[in-house]
Design a binder for this molecule. Structure first.
Ligand code: ATP
Ligand code: MG
Length: 399
């Protein structure tokens, strides 16, 4: 198992050995320069997509017409893109044709100066045509070129500016920030999928509250949330108080604190996965159960057996801490849960539907009812063997 870095180097080296120019490009260069482990490595090269494909055994043509090929090395995917002078546009569509160009022109089409550098790991050299190094040292997010023009090409860049600010703790440069405020309404032209990606990264950043605050200050929050958050919003204060990175679902629930309906509507508008939507709905349906720590044992076991329980518990814990009320109920639940450590919370049922039919139950909903009652009795330790379970089932059918 090799690291992403090693895999990327393998690809870069092979391109170079075959006479092509090839550099690390964009975000990974930024991360390497500030000593952050890059999440993924992108390579920019003068090799054409067909040429890249001929050099590697496993490639995926994600957008050959845009000059991009994915090279698969073990479990890693390295994106190899030709130096090109076109990027995605505001309407979400990519340009129909692209122009292959020089590294310098390629750099100038990227979004921010800190994202516009190349790195040659063989010569250990940085290529900086856009003043990225200086901004990286100063901790500044600045568009490459005129911010208004660059945002009009792709309004998502406004949200990316905020995202990088939250991730890196950098400040958005004055004119860039002004342009974000000027065009903030137009964020609504960007697809919800692209917005969700950036929003998730803001929540996962070390300081999500700072990111959300920037969204509010620039006016981006109006178009994104379609909700009037302000600096004093309860949800923002909660996020602030929580003070660390959160998942997208947790972030939404904290921000829309105790307004399940709005949280759900927002998640749906963002077109989150059915798993994410399911998580939010499950929390809504089960949240109040945490007020009754002495619920019946079978109910308790079903609750804590759910893989979403940890998330729900954390949500509630954050809220209780925020309002400054010690939550004795949560404490009781935790202790009750500890009693199940290392034990099977939901064991296999002693009997199944066939058994119930054999006892003479009418086919239909009765069978499910009986099974559930018997299983609850099993979880409550009221029956402790298949024989006892059958006996209970029989008596239920005869009722
Ligand atoms: P991350 O660490 O989250 O992956 P990143 O900077 O690598 O951040 P990506 O979305 O992976 O961001 O994009 C890789 C590079 O492509 C960026 O660093 C930037 O140079 C360029 N880029 C990405 N999106 C845009 C855009 N919308 N407009 C212009 N350039 C972009
Ligand atoms: Mg990246």
């Amino acid at each position: 198992n090799i690291t992403a870095r090693k895999a990327a180097f393998t690809v870069l080296k092979r391109l170079r050995n075959n006479g092509y120019t090839a550099f690390y490009a964009g975000g990974c260069v930024r991360d390497m320069l500030i000593g952050r482990e890059p999440k993924d490595y992108d390579i920019a090269s003068d090799a054409r997509p067909e040429e890249v494909e001929s050099l590697f055994r496993r490639t995926v043509s994600v957008g050959a017409q845009f000059g991009v090929v994915l090279v698969m090395i073990k479990a890693h995917q390295i994106e190899v893109a030709a130096f090109r002078s076109d990027w995605g546009y505001t309407d979400g569509r990519r340009p129909d044709t692209i122009t292959f160009t020089s590294p310098e022109e390629d750099a100038k089409r990227r979004d921010f100066t800190i994202n516009g550098m190349f790195f040659d790991p063989i010569e250990d050299r940085v290529f900086d045509y856009v003043g990225g190094r200086e901004d990286l040292e100063k901790g500044i997010i600045r568009t490459i070129g005129n911010p208004q023009e660059r945002f009009e090409e792709d309004f998502l860049r406004m949200l990316r500016a905020v995202r990088f600010s939250a991730e890196l703790g950098f400040e958005i440069e004055g004119q860039t920030l002004e342009a974000v405020s000027e065009f903030s309404e137009r964020i609504s032209r960007i697809s919800s999928e692209r917005i969700a990606v950036e929003l998730e990264k803001i929540f996962l950043s070390p300081s999500p509250a700072l990111g959300i605050r920037l969204l509010i200050q620039t006016g981006l929050s109006v178009g994104i949330f379609q909700h009037n958050f302000n600096e004093k919003s309860h949800g923002l204060s909660l996020l602030d108080f929580y003070g660390r990175s959160v998942s997208l679902e947790m972030g939404i629930l904290l921000l829309f604190i105790s307004d399940w309906q709005e949280a759900e509507q927002f998640a749906r508008r963002l077109k989150l996965s059915s798993k994410s939507l399911g998580l939010i709905e499950w929390c809504r349906d089960n949240y109040s159960k945490l007020d009754c720590p002495d619920m019946a044992l079978h109910k308790f076991r079903k609750l804590i057996a759910d893989e979403r329980f940890g998330f729900l518990f954390e949500l509630r814990r954050a809220y209780q801490a925020f309002i400054g009320e010690p939550d004795d109920n949560l404490q009781i639940i935790k202790e009750r849960q500890a009693g199940f450590a290392g034990k099977e919370i939901l064991p296999k049922p002693f009997i199944n539907g066939r058994d119930v039919i054999n006892l003479g139950a009418n086919p239909g909903p009765e069978i499910g009812d009986v099974l559930e009652k018997v299983y609850n009795a099993q979880l409550d330790f009221e029956v402790s063997s298949p024989e006892q379970a059958l006996k209970l089932a029989k008596s239920l059918i005869e009722l």
